[in-house]
Design a protein around this ligand. Sequence first.
Ligand code: GLU
Ligand code: ZN
Length: 295
Amino acid sequence: MTTLPYIGRFAPTPSGYLHFGSLVAALASWLDARAAGGRWLLRMEDLDPPREVAGAPAAILKTLERYGLQWDGEVVYQSERHAAYQQVIDRLLAQGLAYACTCSRKQLEPYQGIYPGTCRNAGHSTQDAAIRLRVPELRYRFEDRVQGTYAQHLGSESGDFVIRRRDGLYAYQLAVVLDDAWQGVTDIVRGADLLDSTPRHLYLQELLGLPQPRYLHVPLITQPDGNKLGKSYRSPPLDADQAAPLLVRALRALGQRPEADLAHGSVDDVLRWGVEHWDSGAIPPVRTVAEAQLE
Ligand code: GLU
Ligand code: ZN
């Protein structure tokens, strides 16, 4: 049996700088790729200019370099991939698999994120409308390498979902699937906040005849107040001077057991230790880990 060569990736959204939670995801993905002798690609998910922080894309790249997380090849920018996304949307519309939706946010409020199908057969024009993908009344399941079996009934737990927003911006859900396939990604390692998006990705892969990658979702890091470390909570950006100790702390968040001394070593020492000892089976199979527990 031949197996595909490993291709991993990190896909940050430049709506903020890298924080400790994104470092944990980036490190896990990098270690998993390097330990497998694989490639590690970088994709900037810059689909939403209004939410982009000026200078964030360059700052993210610089931080990754300072932290020793070197990627292979050229960075892919989703802002340069619009034509590919639009082509797929046009095809899905022509096949009747997607449709235009003119519902307002207010109209959808009572449904708590699960689209009730209002515009399914309305035949709206795509002008000034969101585009939604019809989902089947089926359960989609997959084996996550850390979190175990995850299943979701698309009809009742997601509903027809947006692939292009009303303002013309392309949705993450579509772009991520197209780009992972286009870049030949075999292994997706990312934060557990995306676990419940994955069944939608599986459906899109099936619909478009794309291969299904392996998935590994790492715990999200939560702050002392219980909030997820993330863009919406103004997490502090990563300090360049603290690279080795923060990488050691990120290793601990991933269930690895580096000795305390390693934090006084160089970035290269930490990463070399990480690759040599990488054990994805030690990652805690939970959705969140409190940052305070990592001391
Ligand atoms: N761009 C997404 C984020 O920063 C991650 C996408 C992915 O890894 O699939 O949250
Ligand atoms: Zn609608």
